[in-house]
Write a protein that binds this ligand. Structure first.
Ligand code: E4P
Length: 224
């Protein structure tokens, strides 16, 4: 399973990329606005240098012609840009065009299995079902992931990866992994939570204390 970090904050991206466990980055207009970065193009170029995996950069337009122009421009910024388009008729048309020319495309704002089928037919590299936002309105985000995974697995000619988005907790990540989703994009806080367990902290404190008590060392010539 791949982990993408869902942020446009350069400090967080650098910090998490240093773990060696981040496979890509997703941004969206809201995250870019939140980052306070003044120049979106420079921001995407910078992120693409920090993380070699796919970096989703979302178009701003909603009409086909301008969306395509923006997508073509974004695709030229770096080899690892994945152009992000909304799941609309225009977005899927742009997706088909860009996918056919070899550009990675992330189809975003997916809220139904029917939409995910369309994204796959349009040749999307990734489809982004938003699990948290579905949970927020009393629907089951994870049931949608289960449905999409089952459908995609039935059609080997569908090459689209399920990119679980709007992730709110480590439980979402684990459930997505159990269902076999290819990618989870997580806010930095959720990635950090994945490392944590109180028994790990407690156990480590005990090991450190016992190691100090026994006075042994591993590296010759270094203090214990
Ligand atoms: C990712 O590509 C999405 O834009 C993101 O996960 C949305 O998350 P949110 O519902 O927390 O805004």
């Amino acid at each position: 399973m791949k982990f993408f970090v869902d942020t446009a904050d350069i400090t967080d991206i650098k910090d998490l990329a240093a773990t060696g466990l981040v496979d890509g980055v997703t941004t969206n207009p809201s995250l870019v606005a939140k980052s306070g970065h003044a120049n979106f193009i420079d921001l995407i170029k910078e992120i693409c240098k920090i993380v070699p995996g796919p970096v989703s950069a979302e178009v701003g337009a909603t009409e086909y012609e301008q969306m395509l122009e923006e997508g073509l421009y974004l695709a030229k910024l770096a080899k690892n840009v994945a152009v992000k388009v909304p799941l609309t008729p225009a977005g899927l048309k742009v997706c088909k065009h860009l996918s056919e020319q070899g550009t990675m495309v992330n189809v975003t704002l997916c809220f139904s299995a029917a939409q995910a089928i369309l994204a796959a037919k349009a040749g999307a590299t990734f489809v982004s079902p938003f699990v948290g936002r579905l949970d927020d309105i009393g629907e089951s985000g994870m049931q949608l992931i289960a449905d999409i995974c089952q459908i995609y697995n039935s059609y080997p000619n569908f090459k689209t990866e399920v990119l679980v988005a709007s992730v709110r907790s480590p439980q979402h990540v684990v459930q997505a992994a159990l269902l076999g989703a290819g990618v989870a994009t997580c806010p930095p806080s959720v990635i950090r939570q994945l490392f944590a367990h109180p028994l790990t902290d407690k156990g480590l404190a005990q090991f450190v204390a016992d190691w100090a008590k026994c006075g042994q060392k591993i590296l010759p010539g270094k203090a214990a």
